[in-house]
Structures are given as structure tokens and as C-alpha cells.
Design a protein around this ligand. Structure first.
Ligand SMILES: Cc1cc2nc3c(=O)[nH]c(=O)nc-3n(C[C@H](O)[C@H](O)[C@H](O)COP(=O)(O)OP(=O)(O)OC[C@H]3O[C@@H](n4cnc5c(N)ncnc54)[C@H](O)[C@@H]3O)c2cc1C
Length: 494
């Protein structure tokens, strides 16, 4: 029998994972990538000996990585050199108070009790809820492929409606545990990773603070980009072919199926096309226009970020690996970002100093710093968004916040700066609206309600990645790649 040809558009985490699974099953797999390197959003910039992970900086949910690398016939330990990061985050509040989130329960007890008497017991109860949400959510929602409605709307899924609190607002749910708004903030800010406000997110997402403390936040030596390198190596070993600097121009449709992909004006024929490029972009730019485009335009998109990458001429030892400055006007922060598509007046922000964990990331005696400020995604109507002004405002907020830690001279030691604004995300990875996490993860865009891994009409066209199922995140993109590959294998068998 003739070997089936599979074309994959995009060498992001989902694309790389699917490619490896499919090639290992004997398919002829070619990955077409518009950029010159694999990894997609899990990307890297190197300059003057400074190495920046420009996308993900947090290796969270290690059990998912373990399962996905095992499915690829290897283990995390074989392909990555991991170290645990503890404390996971250093949180700094506007009033100057600080909280180091750690799995050292004695330290947590001392710190939490100094914020609010009795809060340590409440924290343990919250972790217990997070444990339930994590295990049920991962097994019943994240790892499952919902091929038809009845796979989702099943009797045995009914208890989930109260077990993982999908209809309870995450922030409101915090009142059952803490009174101090700083503690409510400390255990809900992770919702931003899903592109969500805790004031809208389901309480299900208490699974995030739980897994960060119970299973740990980790760091792969060489930075997060090592994960992209490891996956590409596995793909090459399995026989996957890569075409870099090769943007797909169109998915060629004939009748009810995809014939292949147009590249440099030439048709690359395929039996199956798998799109790893952001799903809304694929519908908008690579497929014939139809009703689905309209439906996608009305969906909710995650926020974006303004990122600064700084090479410093001296180390900034006062910064831990992951520092978060959390604003006291927490609710207004999300209102500004999500409703006004703008930069809050006093934004919460995140700073990453990888050289604290890994000397490889900066030249000796110097430092490599990334600052990330969440901001609204690009507006598609006439709303004014002056990205240069917003970028300059965001930079000022970073320096203002650093002074809370007594760091007043960082700006004077910057050798060079690279910055990304929402249009940069849009241009580099074809992310619609520059939304860094694609479609957001509200209740109506989760599980079965998230766009499917297979096109509803062109049945030999599939999707994988953050805007399809199960959703954003590196290990989740690997799950998405595995589920899409499985779906393709099953359909080709039939
Ligand atoms: C700033 C930021 C911080 C993040 N932090 C974390 C974190 O700490 N931990 C975590 O787990 N996750 C994090 N994420 C999320 C994570 O990076 C993504 O969810 C994941 O990488 C998405 O993978 P994907 O499979 O959807 O592919 P993508 O990364 O979207 O890759 C798709 C690929 O398709 C290519 N492409 C697009 N159009 C075309 C075309 N026409 N032709 C050919 N190729 C094309 C793109 O260039 C890209 O390489 C972060 C993301 C961002 C942006």
C-alpha cells in the first residue's frame, strides 16, 4: 500500500508532537514552518551571550510532560536536565509586603499566618480542592478526545458539574478560604496563563496553584527552548522532514477535502493536512471564507503581553528566578486588559531572571532579564491602540515596581533591549489579534466547546495547538498533538 503523505503547517509544540507520532507509525510527514526554527511560541533569542526564552518561562504540570514524553517512547529525564524551582514565585504586593510561594509547608505557615491568622488551614483546604480539580479536570477534560457530542455529554461526566465547580467564579470562590485580598490574588493570578480574568474564570482553575506547589515548577537546563530542541530531535529521528522559512499560502480545497498546501505558488499534495498554526488564523487566512470564520470572530480571545528582553552589564542578584508584582487594584487590572483592550493604570507584572538558575543564560558577571506586562489584545475595530506609547508606559511601570525591591539602577545597566508588543506576536507566529494564548478558556470555549481537532466539513484537515483542544500551554500542546495524530491514524485505518 502507498505510504500516506501528511503535511503539517507549523513546527510549534503541537505540530512537532503530532509529526513524531505519525512518522513513528510509518507515515511520510513533512512540516512546513514559516520561521527559520522549530518551537513556535516556545522560542529563543540569543544576543551577545544573553539567552532569552521569549515565550514560556515556566515548566509546570510535570506529570503531563512525563506522560507525553513516555508516549513518544522516551522520558523527560532522558531528554531534559530539570531542576526544581522553589520558592516557585516571589510575590510582591503594592504595599511592599512579600510572599514566597513554596512547597516548604513550615515556611508557608509562617508567611500566611502573618498575612491573616488562620489562613494556613484555609490554604490546606484550598490545596485539597485544587487536588480534586486537577485530577478530575486532567483525566476527564484535558486528556480526552471528544470526537462526538456523546463523548462529552455522558452520564458519568454529570458529577463534574459540582465536582470541579465550573459555574463558580474563581475569585468569588476564594472568599471561602481567605479574607485578605492579597491572598485571594496570590492563588488566582495563574488564571492569566489561560488568558482569563479570575473574575470570569471557573473555580476549576484552582488546579494551577495546586500543581505548582504539589508537583513543582521546574526549569530545564539551557532554558525552555530545550524542550523544542528535544522534540525536534525526536521528530528528526522518526524521519520527519522540515521545510523552514516556508510559509503556507493556502490550503487547497477540492470538493469536501484538502488536496494539499500552496507554498511559493506551488501545490504540495497531501493525503492529510494538519494545521498547527493558530486555528483562527488558519480559518481567516488559509481556508475559503465561510460561516465558521464569522463564528470564530465572535469568540473570546486571550489577552496579549508586552515583553522586554534586557541584557544587563551586571548581575541583579536581588531578583529571584520568577518575581510577580501583583497590583492591589486587581479587578481594574483585568477590566482594563479584557474589556478596554489596554494597559492598566497600575499593571501587575512578571519578571524572569533565568541566570539565577542557570549560568548559561548570561555572560559571566552580567545578567539576562525578561519583564512581561499583560495588556489587551489587538482591536479589530477602530479602537485607538498606540503600541509605542503603551510599550513606553509598560517599561516605566516595570522600573517603578522594581524600586519596591530597592532596585533603582537596573535601567542604567541595560546594554540592549528587545521588545515584543501584540503586533510582534501577530507577525512572528500569525496569532490572531496578537493573543498570546489564542482563544481564551472560558466555560463556553473549553472541552467539547473548544474548536475540534478535525475540520467539520473537510474531513482530511485536522488541527492541533493552543486554540484547539485541550488548550494553551506546552504540555497541553503536546497532548493536542498526540490526540490529533491518534485521530488521523484511526481515520486512515477505517
Ligand atoms: C509570552 C508567552 C508566555 C507563555 N508562558 C508559558 C509558560 O510559562 N508555560 C507554558 O506551558 N506555556 C506558556 N505559554 C503558552 C505556550 O507557549 C503555547 O500554548 C504553546 O507553545 C502553543 O503551541 P502550539 O502547538 O499551539 O504552536 P505555536 O507555538 O502557535 O506554533 C505554531 C507554528 O506555526 C507557524 N506558522 C503560523 N502560520 C504559518 C504558516 N502560514 N505557514 C507555516 N508556518 C506557520 C508559526 O510560525 C509557529 O511556529 C506562553 C506563551 C506565550 C506567548
Amino acid at each position: 500500500m502507498k505510504t500516506k503523505n501528511i503535511l503539517i503547517i507549523g513546527a510549534g509544540m503541537g505540530g512537532l508532537t503530532a509529526a513524531t507520532h505519525l512518522a513513528r507509525q510509518g507515515f511520510h510527514v513533512t512540516v512546513i514552518e514559516k520561521n527559520s526554527n522549530p518551537g513556535g511560541r516556545c522560542d529563543r533569542i540569543s544576543r551577545e551571550g544573553h539567552i532569552f526564552d521569549t515565550g514560556p518561562t515556566l515548566f509546570v504540570m510535570p506529570l503531563l510532560y512525563e506522560a507525553e514524553f513516555a508516549a513518544l517512547g522516551t522520558s523527560v529525564g532522558d531528554v531534559l536536565d530539570l531542576q526544581r524551582v522553589d520558592p516557585t514565585y516571589h510575590l510582591v504586593f503594592d504595599d511592599g509586603s512579600r510572599l514566597a510561594l513554596t512547597s516548604d509547608m513550615k515556611s508557608m505557615q509562617e508567611q500566611l499566618e502573618s498575612f491573616e491568622p488562620g489562613s494556613f488551614q484555609a490554604f490546606l483546604r484550598y490545596m485539597d480542592e485544587g487536588y480534586r480539580h486537577y485530577h478530575l479536570g486532567i483525566e476527564k477534560l484535558v486528556k480526552r478526545d471528544f470526537r462526538k457530542a456523546s463523548d462529552f455529554f455522558r452520564l458519568d461526566n454529570l458529577p463534574l458539574l459540582y465536582q470541579v465547580k465550573p459555574f463558580v467564579n474563581h475569585y468569588r470562590n476564594m472568599s471561602a478560604y481567605f479574607d485578605d485580598p492579597r491572598l485571594k490574588t496570590a492563588f488566582t493570578f495563574q488564571d492569566v496563563y489561560m488568558g482569563l480574568s479570575p473574575f470570569e474564570a471557573p473555580a476549576t482553575f484552582s488546579m494551577m496553584p495546586y500543581t505548582e506547589l504539589a508537583h513543582g515548577v521546574w526549569y530545564p537546563k539551557g532554558g525552555m527552548y530545550s524542550i523544542a530542541v528535544a522534540l525536534s530531535r525526536l521528530a528528526l529521528e522518526a524521519g520527519v522532514e522540515f521545510l523552514f522559512d516556508t510559509p503556507a499560502e493556502r490550503i487547497e480545497i477540492e470538493g469536501e477535502s484538502a488536496r494539499g498546501v500552496l507554498v511559493n505558488g506551488e501545490l504540495l499534495k497531501a493525503d492529510v493536512v494538519l494545521a498547527n498554526a493558530d486555528l483562527p488564523y488558519v480559518y481567516q487566512c488559509l481556508l475559503p471564507q465561510g460561516r465558521e470564520q464569522e463564528r470564530l470572530a465572535n469568540k473570546q480571545y486571550s489577552c496579549s503581553v508586552i515583553s522586554f528582553f534586557w541584557g544587563l552589564d551586571k548581575p541583579c542578584q536581588a531578583l529571584g528566578p520568577h518575581t510577580l508584582f501583583l497590583a492591589s487594584d486587581y479587578r481594574e487590572n483585568f477590566e482594563s486588559i479584557i474589556r478596554n483592550l489596554s494597559l492598566p493604570a497600575n499593571p501587575s507584572l512578571y519578571i524572569h531572571a533565568p541566570a539565577r538558575l542557570d549560568p548559561f543564560m548570561a555572560p559571566e558577571g552580567q545578567d539576562t532579564i525578561t519583564a512581561i506586562v499583560p495588556v489587551g489584545h489587538m482591536s479589530e475595530n477602530d479602537r485607538e491602540q498606540d503600541w509605542s506609547r503603551l510599550r513606553d508606559d509598560a517599561r516605566r511601570h516595570v522600573f517603578r515596581r522594581l524600586s519596591l525591591l530597592g532596585i533603582d539602577d537596573l535601567e542604567a545597566h541595560i546594554k540592549f533591549e528587545i521588545d515584543f508588543t501584540p503586533p510582534s506576536w501577530h507577525k512572528r507566529y500569525n496569532l490572531v489579534k496578537g493573543s498570546t494564548h489564542g482563544l481564551c478558556h472560558n466555560l463556553m470555549q473549553l472541552g467539547y466547546f473548544r474548536p475540534d481537532l478535525q475540520h467539520p466539513r473537510y474531513r482530511n484537515l485536522y488541527f492541533t495547538g493552543a486554540s484547539t483542544r485541550p488548550g494553551t500551554g506546552l504540555p497541553t500542546a503536546m497532548i493536542s498533538g498526540r490526540l490529533a495524530a491518534q485521530r488521523i491514524m484511526d481515520e486512515l485505518k477505517d
